[in-house]
Design a binder for this molecule. Structure first.
Ligand SMILES: C[S@@+](CC[C@H](N)C(=O)[O-])C[C@H]1O[C@@H](n2cnc3c(N)ncnc32)[C@H](O)[C@@H]1O
Length: 288
């Protein structure tokens, strides 16, 4: 059973925080959301470098301490509560800078990246394995998550930590991940639902390779042709193809496949989110 204490691996070196901020593009015009300020080591350094910070802390004792520490700091607002329940900013551009609680990584990133006004930049300290999954190629093979997000965001690991940079020392490795909102998204806005459905369909349909997974949406002839034109094997696993190749396959799906076949994928993304939330409910063991 996960307790809030288990989410608390604090940074204790002020110089490390300053270095991380220097590696970011954050400046005095920025509005920052910090998830879990903890004892305020990041908040304190951000406060003198940015326009405004909203720090959302779910540990009531830490919240009380933060509240009194930043009482007279005008550009810092400390809010008590669960970040997952917090309303993101609808009208302003903002960035996220946080050493996140690792147990809710997927929920934090789903919330931030699916919001109608997502952050311009997300700088997070995150478990290395999760960062590699989200960033996909060149750090790892692509994943469903990396492929779903890459039309809208770019990923870069900009620092690797030592485990001893945190106290208590965590069991897992951590990195500093930059997720940057693209200025120009890589798929037509009208096709974004179809793209989500397409990727979700490929990853949730039965079979291990492209030939098996696409058998209801592409004819053998179509897939063979695509594999020659784009450069892949029909026996490849979906994770072995780069995002750029998946974009090309998707473009063909929009233009070269009949509407009847396109309809087969229509609910795939909603179904996936629904199944994910059922799993989350079964695993709801995060007690405070
Ligand atoms: C990894 S610690 C980082 C603390 C501090 N920022 C630092 O770097 O030393 C994660 C912080 O998130 C807080 N936290 C855990 N779950 C949270 C949630 N759902 N919403 C907001 N804060 C949460 C924890 O209490 C803790 O302070």
């Amino acid at each position: 059973m996960i307790k809030i204490r288990d989410t608390q691996n604090f940074i204790y070196n002020r110089k490390l925080v300053v270095d991380l901020i220097k590696k970011s593009n954050i400046d005095k015009n920025d509005i920052i959301i910090e998830i879990g300020p903890g004892k305020g080591i990041i908040t304190n350094e951000l406060a003198v470098r940015v326009k405004r910070i909203y720090g959302i802390e779910y540990d009531v004792h830490l919240y009380e301490e933060l509240k009194s520490r930043f009482l007279n700091v005008e550009n810092v607002e400390i809010i008590y509560g669960d970040f997952l329940e917090f309303n993101l900013l609808e009208k302003y551009k903002y960035k996220v800078f946080s050493n996140i609680p690792y147990n809710i990584t997927a929920k934090i990133l789903l919330k931030l990246t699916s919001f109608s006004n997502p952050p311009e930049d997300i700088y997070i300290i995150i478990q290395e394995e999760a960062a590699r999954k989200y960033a996909g190629n060149p750090y790892n093979r692509e994943s469903m998550r990396s492929l779903l997000l890459k039309p809208y965001f770019e990923f870069k690991i900009i620092h690797r930590f030592r485990k001893t940079d945190f106290t208590p020392v965590p069991k897992v490795n951590s990195v500093f991940l930059h997720i940057k909102k693209r200025k120009n998204i890589l798929i037509d806005e009208n096709s974004s639902d179809l793209y989500n459905n397409f990727i979700a369909y490929i990853f949730s349909s039965s079979g291990n390779n492209l030939k098996e997974k696409t058998k209801n949406i592409f004819s053998f002839k179509q897939l063979k042709r695509l594999s020659q034109d784009i450069g892949f094997q029909i026996t490849d696993s979906p994770v072995n193809l780069s995002f750029e190749k998946w974009l090309k396959i998707f473009q063909y799906f929009i233009t070269g496949v009949s509407t009847d076949k396109q309809k087969l994928i229509y609910n795939a993304y909603a179904k996936l989110l629904n199944e994910q939330s059922k799993i989350d409910k079964r695993n709801r063991n995060f007690k405070y």
